[in-house]
Write a protein that binds this ligand. Structure first.
Ligand SMILES: O=C(O)CCC(=O)C(=O)O
Ligand SMILES: [Fe+2]
Length: 323
């Protein structure tokens, strides 16, 4: 029997502090390598297209993944986050908005070692919440100047509860921030405000160059950086106040932020598809087919593209706290 990565001391710390890091959940070779290889193919296709369009001067085949991505971002002055992301953007969705829906990612979302740990937090009826992203962040020097993109730039202070709809305010959504590369203070790991999950939902302000964020004057203090080694994860409640630090290193910082909630609870983004990842009561209800998962997202994309983009945000920039 493999040893479970989580124990009662993690759960107790999480309940008291609002976050906990658990290392060595996933094996870099067995669990992460298939995901990395899938993304290498995504980057290959993107680079070949950019080269054919004359937007870059080389295919950069000799460079490792992180340096290759960094190079094309720096050379073209553009973000490519949406080609890699595993969710749709919150605005401007068209029938061909890129999204990555590969089998290795689906297997990651339902990795049994990961779900064993999730089960220790939220129980055995586990729904994969569609509020999920991959963030492959190039070094800050390489990013387009004067532009902000939540998947590539540093993210401002927020609670995850603040970026979903009120329908999910009572849902027990667990954030699982999984490190694919070692996340350090230098390359932009997250920082959290311990015990901030006891403060309730704080006011957030929407802003085009900062995303939905908590205004500075309302921030709980102190905060502490939370490095995570690849294969480990930071777990947070939906009310834990957190931020990501800037990537001041010379390589990418790669993470997935996944969310899970007990089956039946609202996800906070009803226009997006989640799925049953594990059910002890009805094991046969779990989704196991990667194609079916990909199709759920493609259908959602078609639906959104043919109507108006839903609103995902409850906050107003006109609120006095945002002044
Ligand atoms: O990875 C980041 O930079 C931000 C992640 C985040 O806010 C989250 O996982 O909820
Ligand atoms: Fe977050």
């Amino acid at each position: 029997m493999p040893v479970l990565a989580v124990d009662q001391s993690h759960i107790k710390f999480f309940e008291e502090q609002g976050y906990v890091v658990i290392e060595d959940i996933l094996d870099p070779e067995e669990d992460l390598q298939p995901v990395i290889e899938e993304y290498e193919a995504v980057l290959d296709r993107l680079i070949e297209r950019l080269y054919a369009e004359g937007k870059i001067t080389s295919l950069y085949r000799e460079l490792p993944f992180g340096q290759r991505l960094t190079r094309i971002v720096a050379e073209t002055g553009r973000f490519y986050s949406q080609y890699f992301d595993i969710s749709l953007p919150q605005s401007g969705v068209t029938e061909d908005t890129p999204i990555h829906l590969g089998k290795a990612v689906f297997n990651l979302l339902r990795n049994p070692k990961l779900l064993d740990v999730v089960e220790a937090f939220i129980g055995p009826e586990i729904y994969s919440n569609p509020v999920q992203h991959v963030r492959i962040k190039p070094p800050e020097w390489a990013l387009p100047k004067g532009q902000w993109d939540g998947l590539s730039s540093a993210v401002y202070w927020h609670q995850d509860n603040g970026v979903i709809l009120p329908e999910a305010d009572e849902s027990n959504i667990l954030t699982v921030w999984l490190a694919i590369s070692d996340a350090t203070e230098e390359n932009g790991c997250l920082a959290v405000a311990p015990k901030s999950h006891k403060l309730g939902l704080l006011p957030h302000c929407p802003s085009p160059d900062k995303g939905v964020h908590i205004p500075e004057k309302l921030l709980p203090k102190p905060f502490i950086p939370v490095p995570v080694k690849r294969g480990g994860a930071l777990f947070m409640t939906r009310k834990t106040v957190h931020v990501s630090l800037r990537n001041l290193s010379n390589d990418i910082r790669w993470s997935f932020d996944l969310r899970y909630n007990p089956i039946g609870q609202p996800t906070g983004r009803p226009a997006f598809p989640g799925f049953i990842a594990r059910s002890k009561a009805h094991p046969e209800s779990a989704l196991t087919d990667p194609e079916a998962w990909a199709q759920l997202w493609k259908d959602a994309r078609t639906r959104i593209a043919r109507s108006t983009n839903p609103v995902y945000n409850r906050w107003s920039a006109d609120s006095p706290v945002c002044a």
